[in-house]
Design a protein around this ligand. Structure first.
Ligand SMILES: Cc1cc2nc3c(=O)[nH]c(=O)nc-3n(C[C@H](O)[C@H](O)[C@H](O)COP(=O)(O)OP(=O)(O)OC[C@H]3O[C@@H](n4cnc5c(N)ncnc54)[C@H](O)[C@@H]3O)c2cc1C
Length: 304
């Protein structure tokens, strides 16, 4: 069976950034990718140095083409179902029953975004229902925008996104902000709406208004939502990795070198970061790739 220096599950911003470090060290890398990057719902990516406004898919296609030029890099488009083995000999099995073996394993599998269960949200995700103002807030162009409360930090969140428009904070069943937040909300001109949302409405993926359960319609151009992210899939759990809570959900626990507590297993990108975007995922992938390379060398020195 063909064994690689590194198996990388997830061939997006983090996984490909790790791969290029290893490729440049002439290490044998196998990238296994299901082709569902987190930002696939958005037409363009923003806030990425020298790539502002490009489609995320184009950035990834360029990265993949550049990596493919390295003789020691291989790609398989597939979904990995199981991960077993130990440091020096990991075994991945995909949904078709194919096995892949490698000495080290990097999980760059991203997160699962769980959207609020409100009619009209899912079909507008990444277009007019957004989570990151730095990614897509500028393109809204100002005007009325909404924020769906996520609980105790909603007032601060509303105060932040007020730089991108005139904010209405929809509490939608969450407690209204405490009195102590009133000066912030007043200063940032945030309106608070305590009637629950019935649906988001507008043509196609545009958002014209939010219909409340009492029938009123509040005009907004976009709705920001906070997410509760979980690492995608079960590979980290299968391998026995630990997890940490963050304000935005749960991540795979890693040290400064992106090593998990399981020997030979690394995790990188959104799956192992408290703050997430393309640049941070790519940088995290570089850390993981370099660390994994150092670990390969250390093993070889010990083996003699
Ligand atoms: C709607 C939206 C818009 C965004 N816009 C921006 C933006 O404009 N600018 C910005 O900087 N950031 C943006 N982000 C954030 C950005 O998408 C993420 O930070 C980035 O994609 C994280 O990269 P990653 O490589 O860690 O994970 P991902 O990009 O999510 O990639 C994970 C990869 O792993 C694969 N995978 C998962 N499990 C398996 C498995 N079992 N087997 C094989 N493959 C697997 C997936 O198919 C996927 O290809 C946006 C996010 C969202 C949700």
């Amino acid at each position: 069976m063909n064994s690689h220096d590194a198996l990388i599950v997830g061939g997006s911003y983090a996984g490909l950034s790790a791969a290029i470090m290893l490729a440049r060290a002439r290490r044998r890398v196998l990238i296994l990718d299901a082709g569902s990057p987190r930002n696939r719902f958005a037409a363009h990516s923003h806030g990425v140095l020298a790539q502002d406004g490009r489609a995320g898919s184009e950035i990834l296609a360029d990265a993949r083409a550049q990596l493919a030029a390295y003789a020691t890099v291989e790609f398989v488009d597939t979904t990995i179902r199981t991960a077993t083995g130990r440091d020096g000999d990991f075994v991945l099995t995909d949904t078709r029953g194919h096995e892949f073996r490698g000495r080290k394993l990097l999980l760059a599998t991203g997160v699962t975004d769980t959207l609020p269960d409100i009619p009209g949200v899912a079909e507008r995700w990444g277009r007019t229902v957004l989570h990151c103002p730095y990614c897509h807030g500028y393109e809204i162009g100002g005007g009325p925008i909404g924020l769906l409360s996520s609980g105790p930090t909603a007032a601060q969140h509303a105060g932040l996104i007020a730089d991108w428009g005139d904010v209405t904070l929809f509490t939608h069943g969450q407690p209204a902000p405490e009195d102590e937040h009133a000066p912030l909300l007043r200063r940032r001109k945030v309106a608070v709406e305590t009637t629950a949302i019935a649906a988001l409405e507008g043509d196609g993926d545009t958002l014209e208004h939010i219909r409340l359960q009492d029938g009123r319609r509040i005009v907004v151009r976009a709705l920001f939502v906070a997410l509760n992210n979980q690492p995608a899939g079960t590979l980290a759990a299968q391998l026995g990795c630990a997890f940490d809570p963050t304000p935005a959900g749960t991540i795979i626990r890693t040290d400064a070198n992106k090593a998990t507590g399981i020997a030979g297993v690394y995790a990188t990108g959104d799956a192992a970061l408290a703050r997430t975007n393309i640049t941070l995922a790519a940088a995290d992938g570089v850390v993981a790739g370099v660390s994994l390379h150092h670990a390969l060398i250390a093993d070889e020195v010990v083996a003699g």
